[in-house]
Ligand binder design. Sequence first.
Ligand code: ZN
Length: 142
Amino acid sequence: MLKKVDHIGIAVKDIESALKVYRDALGLKHEGTELEESRQLQAAMLDCGGTHVELLQATAPDSIISRFIEKRGEGIHHVCFEVDDIYQTLAALKAAGLRLVDEEPRKGVGGTLVAFIHPRSTGGVLLEVAQKTEKQPSTGSG
Ligand code: ZN
């Protein structure tokens, strides 16, 4: 059902200073930064051999990222698994008794369908499942 770890989401106060670590010091390839207005955050994706680091910065004081950092400080926010069929996955997880944050998939970063699974069901880790819905454009720079 799960193909691989697609990305690890990390809540940060400031994407630009986090990029100095993840892009400049660690040498990960910055594929782009997207604004997700509906979730009041911006997300920078960095590639590491097909698995990504997703840096998440709040764009509003009541964003989920602001609330997360207030409670727990900067750090790992969620782990995302790639799946082939997100609808089938959500139905299977629900049938297994897991608590879903999203009963229906919604649009995520970079042309994906995503849904979250509640940390109360997963040992305290917010899990995301994502299904790619279109080919990722390969960017020449970054
Ligand atoms: Zn994510």
